[in-house]
Design a protein around this ligand. Structure first.
Ligand code: PLP
Length: 398
């Protein structure tokens, strides 16, 4: 077995402040590091491991697929793409799907769709409304759409064509776009993930849908983190009873196998034509099998319902344990996408929690983020709270 990982390898580019742990294997919501220490996984690979680790139904399916064909290229039809696209179309009420490999790739495709949608309407320099605290990825375009200077500082010049507004303020977006004929789309996360688990209000989402219809804008919802059942519905915006025109997906869609998808409604479904966009790996048979099996197993095992009930239990328990402490600003989120905002930076909790056998993350400096696998049990939710509470109390008492 490899020795305990103390320091970063000089051969791996130093792009992460890593916790000094290397995970070796997992089972359900438990993982073990290379030294045999056990952890409860409340991070799920950053909202990726939908089915937890070593799922008894997923693993044999992936093994079967690897033994048949891993990759074939988009020169040929991939039956798994047709199946997964049909599943996503059915569950979203939208029209068709483009497959890629990651969240930022799905968002890049969405941005390209929005621009061409505008150009096709005769708008030469299309602009897209984006939000404060948004996170859409780290490519040049998606970083430019992101509302966090820490992400884009040092990488200018940024891509133009974005108008930035605050969340949950319909007057602000009306004002920011007043008399601007170049706006073609609004692009946002239903619940901002990296920005600190910031939900868009249902009423705001409905007002925004109406505004997009009135102005003929594409409503583009980045459900890369909040989608795929995490909030208890397939897609988080469905709580507001709306349907977007473009919806990028990734993270949880393949339960850990890299995958991305952009789902389009009727207004956006035919914008991209042969030659307009493409990818070598996107939609390969292995990733498609992972996506298809993830959805099949989620349904078989009732994981939307589990995300709702265990999520509500976890949120209530967090509120009970932490909500009234001075220094805790808010417990928020939906389903198994929860945040606890403190009045102070709390990045130190990540390492402390790991020492205590709990994997979490801290985002936006002061928000504890819990995005565990959707198979989390009530007992495991209680264990998260039991492990986290003394650490938060000790931090606040300092
Ligand atoms: C993680 C994330 C992305 C970027 O996904 P990658 O796969 O890391 O490129 C984009 N949007 C949101 C909302 C995300 O949470």
């Amino acid at each position: 077995m490899t020795a305990f990982i103390e320091a970063a390898s000089p051969h791996v580019m130093n792009t992460y402040g890593r916790v000094p742990i290397a995970l070796s294997h997992g089972q359900g919501c438990r993982v073990w590091d290379v030294n045999g220490k056990e952890y409860l996984d409340a991070l799920g690979g950053i909202a990726v491991n939908t089915l937890g680790h070593n799922h008894a139904k997923l693993v044999p399916a992936l093994q079967d697929q690897i033994g048949k064909i891993i990759h074939s290229s988009n020169y040929y039809h991939v039956p798994g793409q047709e199946q997964l696209a049909a599943r996503l179309v059915e569950r979203s009420g939208m029209a068709n799907v483009f497959f890629c490999n990651s969240g930022l790739e799905a968002n890049e495709a969405a941005i390209k769709i929005a621009r061409k949608y505008g150009v096709d309407k005769g708008i030469a320099k299309p602009e897209i409304v984006v939000y404060e605290k948004a996170f859409h990825g780290r490519s040049i375009a998606t970083m430019s759409a992101t509302g966090n200077p820490k992400i884009y500082s040092g990488f200018g010049p940024l891509v133009e064509g974005f108008v930035r507004v605050p969340v949950n303020d319909i007057d602000a977006i009306k004002k920011a776009t007043e008399g601007n004929p170049n706006v073609v789309a609004v692009f946002f996360e239903t619940i901002q993930g990296e920005g600190g688990i910031n939900p868009m209000r249902i009423e705001y989402l409905q007002q925004l849908r109406k505004l997009c219809d009135e102005r003929d804008w594409l409503m583009m919802i980045d459900e890369v983190q909040c989608g795929m059942g995490r909030t208890g519905k397939w897609f988080a915006h469905q709580w507001a009873g709306i349907v977007p025109d473009v919806m990028p997906l990734a993270k949880g869609l393949g339960s850990g196998v890299p995958i991305g998808a952009v789902v389009a409604g009727p207004k956006a479904a035919n914008v991209l034509q042969p030659g307009n966009h493409g990818t070598t790996f996107g939609g390969n048979p292995l990733a498609m099998r992972a996506g298809n099996e993830t959805i099949r197993i989620m349904e078989e095992d009732g994981l939307l319902h589990n995300a709702t009930t265990v999520g509500l239990h976890l949120k209530t328990a967090l509120q009970h344990a932490l909500g009234s402490l001075p220094g805790v600003k808010e417990v928020r989120g939906q389903g198994l996408m929860l945040g606890v905002e403190l009045a102070q930076p709390c990045g130190v909790l990540v390492g402390q929690a790991a020492d205590a056998g709990l994997l979490i993350s801290v985002t936006a400096d002061s928000v504890i983020r819990l995005v565990p696998p959707l198979i989390l049990t009530i007992a495991e939710a209680d264990e998260i709270v039991a492990k986290l509470t003394p650490l938060v109390k000790a931090l606040l008492a300092q």
